[in-house]
Structures are given as C-alpha cells and as structure tokens.
Design a protein around this ligand. Structure first.
Ligand code: GLT
Ligand code: MN
Ligand code: MN
Length: 383
C-alpha cells in the first residue's frame, strides 16, 4: 500500500516539541480544548506515530515552581519513557516568554535583574537538557523586541543580546556541554516588533560573537513566510554559511499571525523547494515540526496532524527524487548548466577586451515556464 512508502523511519530524523503535539488549542480568543497530557504520555504518542525524537522547553518538562525532588522524579520518569519508547531528545530550549517577568523581554530587557534571571534560567535549562544528551540548544527571542522604540535604542538591544550569548557560550565551554546554539528569528508576535526579524539578520549578528563557531540558526517556515519571505532562500544562506544547525518545519499564510500549521498544508510548492534543497545538499540534522493541530481536533486528530507532517515531508522528498530523475527537466537543467559554464572572466584585460552581443545573448528564451510546468506536473502527480 502506498501509505507504507511514506511511513516515517528513524533515519528521517523527524522530531516534535512537547509544546507542539501537546498544544491544547488555546488562542487569544478562546480557552484550551484538549486536556493536558503528561510529558511521558506525549512521548508514547510520538513513538506511536513514528517520530524519532522529542524536544522541550525547560518548563514544558519541569514546572517553574517544582521542588528539587519533584524535578528529580519528573526527569527520571521522562528518561524512562524516552528509553522505553526509543525516543531521543536531540534539541532543547528555554522558555523566556511566558512568565510576567519577561514582559519587557529577557536578554534585552531594560531591568538588569531580568536579564540576569534570563541568563540564569537558560543555564539551568542547559543543565537539564544535558541530562538527556541534547546536542542542540534553540534560542527564540519571542519577547526580545518592543512596542515603542522609545523604551530603548534598538542597537542597545543587539548589544545586550551579544553579551548574553557570549556569556552562555562561556558556560557551554566551562561545563563541557558541547551544545550548538541555534538562533530562531521571527518578525513580530508576541511583541509588536522583534529584534532579529529574519534568519539573515541572525547570520550577520552571529559573526560578531566571541564564539561564533558555537552558534548557528534555526529557521522556521512560518516566521519567514509571515513577512512574505522565501524560506528556502533563508535556509540556503544558512547552509552556505555552515550555520544550518536545526530547522522548524510548519506552514503559514503570508502576512498573518504565526499560524504554525501542519507542514506543507498551505504552500506545498514552496515546501517542495525547501525539502528538495535539504535533500539535495544532504542536510543531516533534525527535521523538527514546530506546528500544532487545529483547535477543532481531539488527540486522535493530533496524531493525524503529526502523521500528516511527516507524510507530506516524505511525499515531497519523493517528488524531489522524481524531479532529479525527470528526463526533460534534466535536459533543461543541462542547458542551464551549459550557459553557466560558457564564459570565464580571466584577467581584467581579457574581460575588458570582450565584445558581448547583448541583443543576441538576450534573444533566446530560457525555458523556465516549461521547467516550472514540468515541476507542477510532478507535484500534481500526473508525471
Ligand atoms: C514557541 C515559538 C516557536 C519556538 C519555540 C521555541 S516556542 O512555540 O512559537 O517558534 O520555536 O522557543
Ligand atoms: Mn511559529
Ligand atoms: Mn519555532
């Protein structure tokens, strides 16, 4: 049956956060619609649907007011659930946005005590995640931003972010944790504007850090597409810079709040280019679905959602293979490659001596229409 062909396997590295399949459907206009699942129950659910791993924020696992002994038993129960169900913890993160103390941001807040607390909370989250051998530590600056730019100069925000990152990298070294930090950009929501609005902004910022080799990015589909940007281009820039440490897959209509919809459910064409890119370059990191089920669903629907994310990825991966083997597509690509290789700059004198017949060069069509329709035929499943 065709469904087996798209069944997830461990080597696909599909992961979900506790907060994704555990999302209870609350939104700014309505309460939760699904009962709370224990982290151990979520692990069982993920094993049932065929995921490879689970990720968490510190407080998804250990409530913020837990005592040391409560923490101990939560950690050992969760560890046992992961082991019993063969679920890994490849990535973890820290919640620096929920508590009222973070209403003005965390690493960039104007109150120095808030900034110190945020760094301390992150260090403790790093300690927690190492108990599960997590290798990637994601930082999403959800409240690092402003409603009014009167509250601080935006460049001060950037300096504070750098100071926090440098401190955390030192802690990473001191503890021998070997984490790779993956910075996640978003343009707005929950703040009116968030500093580091795009993956590209983070890529430039990372170069200014003391330990830039330790820091990369975690681009999210929804966060790029909210602003109408091309996720695949952001990912390509990160990849080319050696900084694609992690990825958040979901889907999103441009120009709206962060929808975190099931992977490829809105823009299968764009997600095709993304999957094709990841597979073509041989990205070997986690494929994390940072999305959640519609509010209409019970936990049966949540499983449908999770299975759907993975299935769509594998279908698009299959389509990418078809694209790469398609005869006519490959002919067009060969013509593109021939054009690419038909002139070499040489030295200045060589180039200055050339006579380019610009009208002749521009006279020939490039066949991109044909190329794109062939791609659509592949995607529509008629070829
Ligand atoms: C939050 C956000 C996500 C981030 C998570 C990591 S939390 O759900 O919307 O995009 O990846 O902090
Ligand atoms: Mn999101
Ligand atoms: Mn995300």
């Amino acid at each position: 049956m065709s469904s087996d062909r798209y069944a997830p396997r461990p080597e696909d590295k599909f992961t979900f956060g506790l907060w994704t399949v555990g999302n209870r459907g609350a939104d700014p206009f309505g309460a939760q619609v699904r009962e709370k699942l224990q982290p151990t129950e979520i692990v069982r659910m993920l094993a049932e649907v065929g995921a490879y791993g689970v990720n968490f924020h510190d407080n998804d696992l250990v409530p913020i007011d837990a005592t040391a002994s409560e923490r101990g038993s939560i950690v050992s129960d969760f560890k046992k659930a992961c082991d019993d169900n063969n679920i890994k913890v490849p990535m973890a993160t820290v919640n620096l946005f929920y508590e009222p103390i973070f209403r003005d941001g965390a690493f960039t807040a104007n109150d120095a005590r808030v900034r110190a607390y945020a760094i301390q909370k992150t260090m403790r989250a790093m300690d927690l995640a190492k108990e599960f051998d997590a290798e990637i530590f994601v930082l999403w600056g959800g409240r690092e931003g402003a409603e009014t730019d009167g509250c601080r100069r935006p460049d001060e925000g950037i300096k504070r972010l750098r100071e926090a990152l440098n401190y955390l990298c030192e802690y990473n070294i001191k503890c021998n944790y070997n984490y790779k930090f993956a910075m996640e950009a978003k343009p707005n929501e929950p703040r009116a504007d968030i500093y580091m609005a795009t993956t590209a902004a983070y890529l430039a910022f990372i170069e200014t850090l003391d330990h830039k080799e330790m820091v990369g990015v975690n681009p999210e589909v929804a966060h790029e597409q909210m602003s109408g940007l091309n996720m695949t281009h952001a990912v390509a820039q990160a990849w080319e810079a050696g900084k694609l440490f992690h990825i958040d897959l979901n889907d999103q209509y441009p120009g709206r709040y962060d929808q975190d919809l099931r992977f490829a459910s809105v823009s299968p064409r764009q997600m095709f280019w993304l999957v094709k890119f990841l597979e073509d370059v041989g990205y070997s990191g986690m494929r994390h679905f940072d999305a959640h089920a519609y509010r209409t669903e019970d936990y049966g629907g949540v499983k449908d959602f999770a299975r759907g994310c993975m299935r769509s990825y594998l279908i698009l991966k299959d389509k990418a293979k078809r694209f790469n083997e398609h005869k006519e597509i490959q002919q067009i690509l060969a013509e593109i490659e021939a054009m690419n290789d038909n002139f070499h700059l040489g030295d200045f004198d060589n180039l200055l001596a050339q006579n380019f017949d610009r009208n002749e060069i521009a006279s020939k069509g490039l066949k991109y229409e044909r190329l794109d329709q062939l791609t659509m035929d592949v995607l529509f499943g008629v070829d």
